[in-house]
Design a binder for this molecule. Structure first.
Ligand code: DGP
Ligand code: NA
Ligand code: NA
Length: 213
C-alpha cells in the first residue's frame, strides 16, 4: 500500500434542473444534512461568478454584454475547468461536494440554442463525473409560475422548454429524477436517502471517473 491513500474520498453530487426548479434551496438543505451527520461537505455552484471568467459569464447572463453562442459555451466550460483541480483535491481529501449545476446545464442550455450537442459535450470531456446527479423535474410552465423569473437571459418559457428536452437526452445511470412539485420537506427526504447512499458508496471505494461516462 506504499503511496496509496487509504483515506475515504468524498462524493461529487450535482443538482440539475430548469431555472426555478428549487435546486438552490435543496442544495443548502443537503449541505446542512451532511454536516449534521458529521461529514465534511461544501456547497459549490456553477457558474462560479467570482472568478474573472465567471464575471464575463455573469455580465452576459444579465444582458450587459453580448457574446457569440460558441464563445459563451466555452466560457461556461472554462469556468468548470478552472475549478477542476480544487474539486479533485477536495474529493480526494474526503470532502463531499454538493454542486448546484454542472456540465449537464452546460450542454442542455447551449444545445437548446441550436448548437450541435456533440460539439457542446466535447469541452466537458475529462471533467470529473458526478457520482450522483439529482434532477429536479418540473414542467417549464410550472417553473415559470413560481414567483416569475428573475429576468436573466435564459429565463423565458419557450427557451426553458427546449432546455428540458435536452436534459432528457442527457439523462444517464447516475441520475435520480425527483418530482420538484412535491412538498419541500418530501423532496428533502428523498434527496437525503439518495445522497447518503452515494456518500457511503464513495467511502467504500467507488472510483472517481471522468465525463462522459
Ligand atoms: P444560475 O446561477 O444557476 O441561475 O445559472 C444562471 C443561468 O445560466 C441559468 O439560466 C442556467 C444557465 N447556465 C448554467 N450553466 C450553464 C452552462 O454551462 N452553459 C449555458 N449555456 N448556460 C448555463
Ligand atoms: Na437563474
Ligand atoms: Na439557480
Amino acid at each position: 500500500l506504499n503511496g496509496v491513500s487509504t483515506e475515504a474520498r468524498g462524493a461529487l453530487i450535482v443538482l440539475e434542473g430548469l431555472d426555478r426548479s428549487g435546486k438552490t434551496s435543496q442544495s443548502s438543505r443537503l449541505l446542512s444534512y451532511l454536516e449534521g451527520l458529521g461529514h465534511s461537505a461544501e456547497l459549490w455552484r456553477f457558474p462560479d461568478r467570482t472568478t474573472s471568467v465567471g464575471k464575463m459569464i455573469s455580465s452576459y447572463l444579465s444582458n450587459e454584454s453580448q457574446l457569440d453562442d460558441h464563445t459563451i459555451h466555452l466560457l461556461f466550460s472554462a469556468n468548470r475547468w478552472e475549478k477542476k483541480s480544487l474539486m479533485e483535491e477536495k474529493l480526494k481529501s474526503g470532502t463531499s461536494l454538493i454542486v448546484d449545476r454542472y456540465s449537464y446545464s452546460g450542454v442542455a442550455f447551449s444545445s437548446a440554442k441550436g448548437l450541435d450537442i456533440d460539439w457542446c459535450k466535447a469541452p466537458e470531456i475529462g471533467l470529473l463525473a458526478p457520482d450522483l446527479v439529482i434532477y429536479l423535474n418540473i414542467l417549464p410552465e410550472k417553473a415559470a409560475e413560481r414567483g416569475g423569473y428573475g429576468g436573466e437571459r435564459y429565463e423565458k418559457l419557450e427557451f426553458q422548454k427546449k432546455v428540458a428536452a435536452y436534459y432528457q437526452i442527457l439523462r444517464d445511470a447516475s441520475w435520480k429524477v425527483v418530482d420538484a412539485l412535491l412538498p419541500i420537506e418530501e423532496i428533502e427526504k428523498q434527496l437525503q436517502v439518495a445522497v447518503l447512499d452515494c456518500v457511503k458508496a464513495c467511502q467504500g471505494g467507488k472510483p472517481l471517473s471522468c465525463l462522459w461516462s
